[in-house]
Structures are given as structure tokens and as C-alpha cells.
Ligand binder design. Sequence first.
Ligand code: MD3
Ligand code: FE
Length: 215
Amino acid sequence: MNFDLFANEPAQQCQELLQGAVLLRGFALSLENQLLQDINRVTTESPPRTMVTPGGLPMSVATTSCGDAGWVSDAYGYRYSKRDALSRANWPAMPRSFFNLAVSAAATAGYENFLPDSALINLYKVGAKMSLHQDKNEKDFSQPIVSVSLGLPAIFLLGGLRREDKTIRVPLTHGDVVVWGGAARLFFHGVLPIKSGVHPLLGEQRINLTFRKAL
Ligand code: MD3
Ligand code: FE
């Protein structure tokens, strides 16, 4: 008789959602305190701000970045910039904890040479959402994107290459990491409005980190 219920389980839950999107449940859990400390360091230097879409609408998500490049949006469009428009200085350096987590998650999903040069920090208060969009501002679409969910849970929408394609709903909770590669790299995606709640560590918010090789 085998009393070890987990003897036949993989060491890490690793699930392919579809076509190159790999979900690593709880992959970042053991790093939560270090990540929070480093998020606070970055947001002190470059505070989160709500950007305006090229169409002129303010986003409900507040964003900031660290690394060699930061994602920005304004009347001129979406792009990566080497400087923070608020401080007019370079973005804060990417914390080692961020970089190491992204590299090891990518390697676990089969991307051995992922070297992110940009980490975007998205802050969602209750009610904030992200409409369906594609990530197309990075130079090389063969590079994956790694996302880390922290705080309140979210329902993530994942569609296909066309905006009209049907979407699947993926619940993402604190500590979950997703590696978006392969065909899924260019799929439409979004986040439904965050439901009210209180996370024991982060309170009434969700924080998402996305790691990219942008330049
Ligand atoms: C699927 N952020 O910053 S991360 C974004 O939760 C963004 O804050 C969402 O979409 C968030 O651009 C989702 C997950 C994500 C990131 C990139 C993707 C999913 C993706 C690229 C292709 C397909
Ligand atoms: Fe996106």
C-alpha cells in the first residue's frame, strides 16, 4: 500500500492551457515576501500611474516598470521606452528576485534562453480590468512573456489570433505564473473586473508582473 498521496505527482504543477501557454500553479508562492519588498522598492522610485490609451481613454490599471525598457502608452501609441516620463530618468533596475523568477519559470516551460529586459508592474484595485488586446510591441515574438499573479484573484480571458475568437476563462490566484509562448504569444487576452476582497498579504488589490524581452 502506498500512503504517499503525492508520490506520483510531478514536483511542480505544470499545465498547458493551450498552444504554448503553460500554467505553473503557485510557482512564485515561496518568493512572495521578497517579491513584495522588491515591488515596493521599484514603486517608490517609479510610482504606478494610469496611462492613457492612444484612443484617449484612461486605463483602470495603474502601471510602472523596471529594467532596461518600460511599457508606456499615450496619445502617440503603445511602445517601450528606456526612460520613465515622470522622473525623466531610466527605469529602476530589475530586482534580482524578479529576473531569477522569470528565467526559472521560462526554463520550466521549455524556454532555456529567456533574458527579460523589461518587467511591467500592473496594479489592479477592485473593479479594475484590462480589455481584450494583443501584446505586439516587443521586437521578437519567438520570445515568451512570463506573468506572475499576486494578491486578489482574477479571471483571465484568453482568446485566439482574432478579436472575435472565442475566449476561455482561466482563474489566476496569488503565486500563479504563466509562460505565454508558441502560438498563444499573439493571442488576444484580457482580465475581467477584479472582485472585491482582501488578500492577507496585499490587501484590496491584485498585482501582476509581466516579464518580456522587449528590445
Ligand atoms: C497572453 N496583463 O500587461 S498578464 C499586459 O494580468 C497584460 O495584468 C494582464 O495583458 C495582467 O499586457 C495579463 C498575462 C499575459 C501577458 C501577455 C500575454 C497573457 C498573455 C501575451 C499573449 C497571450
Ligand atoms: Fe497583455
